[in-house]
Design a protein around this ligand. Structure first.
Ligand code: ZN
Length: 131
């Protein structure tokens, strides 16, 4: 069998139903293989997301107490806090791992800051949305 024959043979084979069936089958296998991974990833994402939402809500409930404890001043710049003041996780929520997330809302990790300090900290929540 020379080179041309091999090539011709391959083309013939690729035109067969057997080949098509096997290509489709490979694709199905690949999709099946990925499916549980995708489902797991999205479950984990949803779980993480709801934990963060809960932590933020819980922290927000401590806001007025913390403002009082800070004497009505921004934790970072000591500017007088306005109604736009925001509860802030000193070590950002995103920086916690599953192992220590329970400490995210420890009083020592919470403060209230003025809007500009909170913004300056960057990478923060955007109006309560996903990080
Ligand atoms: Zn400030």
């Amino acid at each position: 069998m020379d080179e041309y024959d091999i090539f011709g043979h391959l083309l013939e084979y690729q035109a067969t139903e057997e080949f098509n069936a096997s290509a489709i089958h490979q694709q199905q296998l690949e999709t099946e293989r990925k499916r549980p991974l995708m489902a797991k990833a999205s479950r984990k994402y949803r779980a993480d997301h709801s934990v963060l939402v809960q932590l933020r809500a819980e922290a927000a409930r401590m806001k007025s107490d913390i403002i009082e404890q800070q004497g009505g001043l921004c934790f970072y710049c000591s500017a007088e806090l306005q109604s736009s003041a925001e509860i802030d996780h000193i070590k950002p929520l995103i920086a916690f791992s599953d192992a220590d997330i329970e400490h995210a809302n420890d009083r020592s990790n919470l403060c209230v800051s003025c809007q500009s300090c909170n913004r300056r900290k960057g990478r923060k929540r955007i109006k309560g949305q996903q990080l």
